[in-house]
Design a protein around this ligand. Structure first.
Ligand code: SAM
Length: 293
């Protein structure tokens, strides 16, 4: 079925209100996109949704919908109808799922590690291949913070090591560590849905017997050889003592989810406990790493 897409420019104060208007005018789906490419992480369950300062609110209508009526309705409720900026677009009738799948390819990280969607051929069957399809939890390898952690894990000799994946999301880093030779991984996440996704992904990769998953309230007290935490700068600051409790003697630590301008403060904070390496940068994101002194 062909579709018509209506785009309205909004900001963080008006985005939700415009979304309600689009739904009330018969839109079948509403999407928010960032007009300025400012990254925001997915909110945690129960957290307030954060909108971008320059948000585009998009409503999708079937092509037979009377869009003149929609525009007239929106202008009738907009406080300043002359200032209402909108655009109508006709969308080609495509197989959207197919199109999206066509754009998701196997990705290589470091020397040995590949993340492969299940509907693609594995490019190198002799490599370390993690089979992972995008799902509800964060972590497919496309985000620079995940990529920075995957490359770091690939650079280590993980054979026989115990690893803690703090903020495991889809389990992508846990699976990578296990496939790279880790003996055991402890995955921790505040979001129960992430733990479910990690479990399902571990089963798909045949490594579920070596992955233990916990909510923070139940997390075990263990000392790991390697700890990786891809959360955000705020929690990395607040939880520094908790995260450091997992890092065993001479243990290795990597932190991501940190923007370039937040790196220095965390480098100093974790420098209390670790000999810190040079910061690695990808796009505007960084990875900090170090070895417990
Ligand atoms: C950016 S995602 C990272 C997912 C995956 N590890 C990756 O590298 O792609 C951050 C994850 O940390 C979890 N998280 C955020 N704050 C947390 C906290 N205080 N304790 C445990 N997990 C947390 C989120 O639920 C989310 O799944």
């Amino acid at each position: 079925m062909p579709w018509i897409q209506l785009r309205i420019s909004a900001d963080e104060d008006t985005a939700e209100k415009y979304s309600d208007w689009l739904m009330a005018s018969g839109s079948q789906a509403v999407t928010f996109i960032d007009a300025k490419d400012t990254p925001i992480y997915e909110p945690l369950p129960g957290d307030e949704v954060i909108y971008w300062q320059n948000t585009v609110v998009m409503g999708l209508y079937d092509a037979s919908h009377d869009m003149d009526k929609v525009i007239a309705y929106l202008q009738s409720i907009h406080p300043d109808k002359k200032a209402m900026r909108f655009k109508l677009e006709q969308l080609e009738d495509k197989d959207w799922e197919r199109e999206w799948m066509d754009n998701f390819h196997p990705m290589k990280f470091g020397e040995r590690l590949w993340i492969c969607p299940s509907w693609r051929d594995v490019p190198d069957p002799t490599a370390v291949n993690v089979m992972l399809d995008p799902g509800l939890a964060f972590g497919t390898g496309t985000h620079p913070t995940t990529a920075l952690c995957l490359t770091w894990l690939d650079s280590l000799n993980l054979t026989g090591k115990t690893v803690v994946d703090f903020g495991c999301g889809s389990g992508i880093l846990s699976l990578a560590a296990l496939k790279l030779g880790a003996e055991r991984v402890i995955g921790i996440d505040i979001d129960p849905q992430a733990l479910q996704a990690s479990k399902a992904n571990a089963e798909r990769n045949g490594v579920e017997d070596r992955l233990s998953l916990y909510l923070p309230a139940d997390q075990p007290s263990i000392q790991a050889d390697v700890v990786v935490a891809n959360i955000l700068a705020g929690p990395l600051r607040e939880l520094a003592p908790v995260i450091m409790q997992f890092v065993g003697e001479k243990g290795l630590l990597a932190l991501s989810g940190v923007l370039e301008n937040q790196a220095q403060e965390l480098q100093i904070l974790y420098g209390q406990w670790c000999e810190m390496d040079n910061i690695a940068v990808q796009e505007e994101w960084v990875r900090l790493s170090g070895t417990r002194k």
